[in-house]
Design a protein around this ligand. Structure first.
Ligand code: C2E
Ligand code: MG
Ligand code: MG
Ligand code: MG
Length: 285
């Protein structure tokens, strides 16, 4: 019976593997079709609000790409790693940057002070990255380049045979700001913190979820806030889902946060509606 059971389990495992492979193959096909055929409406860019914990006002937004395949939305958790492996992340990243910049330029800086865009390690390693960024900034006509933030992760640092610090300096020279994404989850976060001319530290969700009931997480947050301040960086806490965690972050002195509690990623018009709602005066007759 045990043998039978084992076989059944192997069968189940095979099925799961096959399904995952099929999903990847379908996602890659959809991604290629979207990028090759210029059907970029299949790659909508959504925006998640970033808020000040003190005022609860929107201070920025993170651009997050989606893939529309066979009428369904595929998560970037599935297709971004795949795009990274195949090199499709280069044209994908260009599309996201261009779309995000067009949207940012259409927002005045009071409505939306900044937009942050994720940059994958492979994209950053491309020799053409800085020229592409320069061209896109010129094309969109954004007058203040510091309204663009690029989010990078620690894996950018690992074995790519490029001088990363030179590349990051070139980005900073354009006036664009840098954020360290998913901070605290890598192997050498402190080296990363020290070696990158970053303006923003995005504290990973894993330190935020359940913060209100966890002394250790509170201690880590306090330490990161202290470090960041000493190094002239500001902190955004990621993944705030609960009012209690938002409160604990505010009490710890964290300036800003992002998460479902404040708002999910939305299409730009929906985010506009969210921003203007609290300021709308009641109709007077
Ligand atoms: P990330 O850059 O760390 O983005 C934050 C992710 O957390 C987003 O997932 C967002 O929807 C999700 N999130 C936000 N608030 C909450 C919350 O309160 N709870 C939970 N559980 N999740 C929350 P998303 O949009 O699925 O993106 C996943 C990852 O895919 C991103 O992680 C980023 O690494 C990558 N990604 C997304 N868009 C792009 C892109 O345009 N280019 C590149 N290179 N990567 C992208
Ligand atoms: Mg990010
Ligand atoms: Mg993040
Ligand atoms: Mg994260």
């Amino acid at each position: 019976a045990a043998k039978q059971n084992g076989r059944a389990r192997v069968q189940l495992f095979d099925d799961t593997m096959r399904e995952a492979t099929q999903q990847r193959v379908a996602a890659e096909r959809a991604l290629r079709a979207a990028l090759d055929g210029d059907r970029v409406d299949s790659l909508p860019v959504w925006f998640q609000p970033i808020v000040s914990l003190q005022t609860r006002q929107v201070i920025g937004a993170e651009a997050l790409v989606r893939l529309r395949a066979d009428g369904e939305l595929v998560s970037p958790g599935v297709f971004v790693p795949l795009a990274e492996e195949t090199g499709l992340v280069v044209p994908l990243g260009e599309h996201v940057l261009r779309t995000a910049l067009a949207q940012l330029t259409s927002w005045d800086d009071e409505t939306m002070p900044y937009v942050s865009v994720n940059v994958s390690p492979r994209q950053l390693a491309e020799a053409g990255f800085v020229p592409m960024l320069t061209a896109e900034l010129a094309r969109c006509g954004l007058s203040d380049p510091s309204r663009l933030v690029l989010e990078i992760t620690e894996t950018s640092m690992l074995g790519r045979g490029i001088d990363l610090s030179e590349r990051l300096d070139a980005i900073k020279a354009l006036g664009v700001r840098l954020a360290l994404d998913d901070f605290g989850t890598g192997y050498s976060s402190l080296t990363w913190l020290q070696s990158v001319p970053a303006d923003i530290v995005k504290l990973d969700r894993s330190f935020v979820v359940g913060l209100a009931q966890d002394q250790d997480k509170a201690a880590i947050i306090t330490a990161v806030l202290w470090l960041a301040r000493a190094m002239n960086m500001t902190v955004i806490a990621e993944g705030v889902e609960e009012a209690a965690d938002a409160q604990a972050l505010e009490a710890a002195g964290c300036p800003a946060a992002q998460g479902w509690y404040f708002g999910r990623p939305l299409e730009a018009p929906a985010l506009d509606a969210l921003i203007s709602r609290p300021r709308q005066a009641p109709a007077v007759s």
